[in-house]
Design a protein around this ligand. Structure first.
Ligand code: GLU
Length: 545
């Protein structure tokens, strides 16, 4: 009995690895093309950190005419949630980040390097496990969970590293015959990697993001095939990223410390290892403490949150690129109109430590992006959002023609309005353009009832006036009623006037819209039309009585 016989005994039906090596041939891509992936587990909602990784991975693949694929890592079937895969696929679609290859819904996939769902690749992993076993680079372990627990307790008492290594690796000492004997008796087993490493030796590794890092070698005989026949993450990663011809593994930096093990697995399998780029997590400032954005504590950790709030995916992506690269902001300043696809993201310039997530900044980015949308686009997106989340807004938007005029106010010019950050803001931002209850807002500098009434009664809106004439008219009104018609003049002789033309405008604005801050009032009056403007002033007067 030798290891080859043992391998045949354990995995009688699996194919020779040459079959897979040929089937998943080297990709025919141009030099420098990056092949990379997003490899989530369907164990919960998609985290903004996952989207961030996917964005970075997809971006560098696209930039180099490479390939970005989606692999579903569902080997931990106990932790899988219902609709987990659909949620992942859907999130990428929502953000317009569909992969070139991989799952396109729960059951279908595209691409010739699949299956892209790990649970469907069982026999592939077993073929490679057999390959290692046949060379004596892996062995069978018959330790029960209880044995392992006992061992851990002993290790803790002895204050040594926990794990399956060195003298603690009991089954490593079994002979091939002993292993075969146990298998034949029907004893349950798992397959362990026989690590050639030593903890007192160091390896040097160059991470594309983190730079040079030193680690002790791996000496743990980790599990590669579990009792259910499925692989562990480590083994699946190495087999999959080899066969799918990944050039760059871009993943969360919680995996950085596994690099020594992964490199060892690549080495022992005789594969060329990919490059690794470990991304720092997105952090949050929590009362002065920097911590990871948490699934449990922070609603904004879930990508679904952005959908619900109606923050456009363009804005989220743009903001994430801001976090990813310190040169993005400068690039954006120089190229305000270009799509983010034109920005060149350099992995090696990404931040080594976790960037802070700043919602205010994100909403600012979003305001700028929405300010560049056409009225038509704002309408479409707001309507789509309202259709799902806000019945009242949906109803308000039924009259599309009028809504387009409303959204067209101060849009399409050099300094477009920047008051909408998310679709859930829209109602609040446009409600005064509709005959809903205009909220009562306190008048400001001019706040004596009689003064306000006098202004409102004297004001005449003439829709055919151009903007200059319209404004001159307000100035004249101010002057006639004893207010300064120029702010300058008021400032020079404050004692001479009760207030100035700006304060008169504010009276009109508050009466008309119920607020002090709105986009251009001339445009607002134009959109409302003479009748409505007059009606609103009349109502405002009657409220004063
Ligand atoms: N399934 C792993 C995770 O979600 C993937 C890590 C990787 O990208 O290799 O953390």
């Amino acid at each position: 009995m030798n290891y080859q016989d043992l391998a045949n005994l354990v995995f009688p039906d699996v194919k020779d690895i040459n079959y897979y090596e040929e089937k998943y041939a080297k990709r025919n891509l141009e030099d420098g093309a990056i092949v990379t992936r997003f490899a989530p587990s369907p164990t919960g909602f998609v985290h903004i950190g996952g989207l961030y990784q996917a964005l970075v991975a997809r971006k560098v693949a696209k930039q180099t005419n490479g390939v970005f694929f989606l692999r579903i890592e569902d080997t931990d079937q106990k932790r899988e949630i219902e609709n987990g895969v659909t949620g992942i696929v859907k999130s990428l679609q929502d953000f317009d980040m569909a992969p070139d290859e991989g799952q396109i819904n729960d059951t279908e996939e595209i691409g010739s390097y699949g299956p892209y769902k790990q649970s469907l690749r069982k026999e592939i992993y077993q073929a490679y496990a057999k390959y290692l076993l046949a060379q004596g680079k892996a062995y069978l372990c018959f330790c029960t969970p209880e044995d392992l627990e006992q061992m851990r307790l002993k290790q803790e008492t002895a204050k040594v590293r926990t794990g399956y290594y060195g003298v603690w690796a009991t089954c490593r000492k079994l002979s091939v015959e002993e292993m075969a004997e146990k298998v034949k008796k029907g004893e349950a087993f798992i397959v362990r990697f026989k690590s050639p490493g030593r903890e007192d030796r160091k390896i040097k590794h160059h991470d594309v993001i983190k730079g040079n890092v030193d680690f002790p070698e791996n000496d743990q005989d980790i599990v590669i095939i579990k009792a259910d026949g499925l692989p562990t993450y480590h083994f699946a990663h190495v087999v999959d990223d080899h066969l799918m011809r990944t050039t760059h593994v871009i993943r969360s930096d919680e995996w950085l410390s596994s690099v020594p093990l992964h490199l060892q697995l690549f080495q022992e399998l005789g594969f060329k290892a990919p490059k690794y780029a470990h991304i720092a997590p997105i952090m949050k400032n929590d009362n002065g403490n920097k911590r990871k954005l948490s699934k449990r504590k922070d609603p904004e950790a879930a990508v679904e949150y952005y959908k619900q709030e109606g923050i456009p995916s363009d804005a989220v992506k743009e903001y994430l690129l801001n976090i990813a690269s310190s040169s993005f902001e400068n690039w954006r300043r120089q190229n305000p109109e270009l799509p983010i696809e034109d920005f060149d993201l350099q992995l090696n310039k990404m931040s080594v430590s976790g960037a802070l997530f700043d919602m205010i900044k994100l909403l600012d980015v979003s305001k700028s992006i929405i300010s560049r949308y056409t009225a038509e686009r704002v309408y479409e997106e707001a309507f789509k959002w309202a259709n799902k989340y806000d019945e009242e807004l949906k109803e308000i938007l039924t009259d599309k023609e009028y809504a387009l005029k409303v959204f067209g106010i101060e849009r399409g010019n050099k300094k477009p309005r920047k008051d909408i950050a998310k679709w859930s803001d829209v109602k609040e931002n446009i409600i005064y353009m509709y005959d809903k209850n205009i909220p009562e807002y306190p008048y400001q500098v001019i706040n004596e009832k009689e003064d306000i009434k006098t202004i409102l009664e004297a004001y005449k809106f003439n829709p055919s006036d151009d903007k200059q004439t319209w404004f001159d008219n307000i100035k004249k009104l101010a002057e006639n009623l004893g207010y300064a018609s120029e702010v300058k003049e008021f400032k020079a002789n404050p004692g001479m006037y009760k207030a100035h033309v700006g304060d008169v405008s504010t009276v009109l604005r508050v009466a008309l819209t119920g607020r002090t801050n709105t986009p251009d009032m001339y445009e607002i009056m134009q959109v409302l039309g003479k009748e409505k403007v007059e009606k609103r002033f009349k109502e405002a007067i009657s409220k004063l009585n």
